[in-house]
Design a protein around this ligand. Sequence first.
Ligand code: MG
Length: 251
Amino acid sequence: MAVTVKSEREIELMREAGRRLEIVHAEMGEFIRPGVSTMDVNRHGEKIIRKLGCVPNFLNYNGFPAAICVSVNEEVVHGIPHDDHILEEGDIVSLDAGLIYKGYHSDAARTHAVGKISTELQQLIDVTKQSFFEGIKQAKAGNHLFDISAAIDDYVTPYGYGIVQDLVGHGIGTHLHEDPQVPNFRQKRRGIRLVAGMTLAVEPMINLGTWRVKWLEDKWTVVTEDRKPSAHYENTILVTDGDPEILSLTL
Ligand code: MG
């Protein structure tokens, strides 16, 4: 699939999709507390998505059985919600959510603390989030795609964290996953030249320990190989001639 450049009309629809997804994340964030199940979080998120007149794009995507990916502690991404998985004080939980508004997709992820967490885990969450912002400083027309990857890597690596390599960010638009792929670690080449109107989901997945991950037997849940915790932060962005516009983070 070729990398697409969105028209002004398409960009406006993606802005609307992003604004709605931002609301979903804000409301899910307030819902997180010890004692709720990961399925409760999924149900809450799906209800908000539908209330906003949108469709959850993860539900049934390649067979994924829920609207929200709810990944706890050593689960990196694609955690399947369960009624008997109860969030506990001290956990961290990554919520990856996406929706379709009038045919256009938005995709974003946040990692939340459940109650009071260790300073070690809070730093992992903070560095993961900041690495997104460091990365997208490079997301401007005329720069190259993998300048984003290198900036994320340069920011994260001094902390000694592991950057997940098996999963990467992506283009987004009329499809959830479009070209190009957006790695979160340094590449040998600089990649394609960025053009105003490209829309990307930039999503560093950062592990407290090893970068290595594996898939559980449910075929979805990705966990760290050493079972140490992992954090995730993602937004859908628009490349412009200046600073990128973060479509799923405007408030
Ligand atoms: Mg994504």
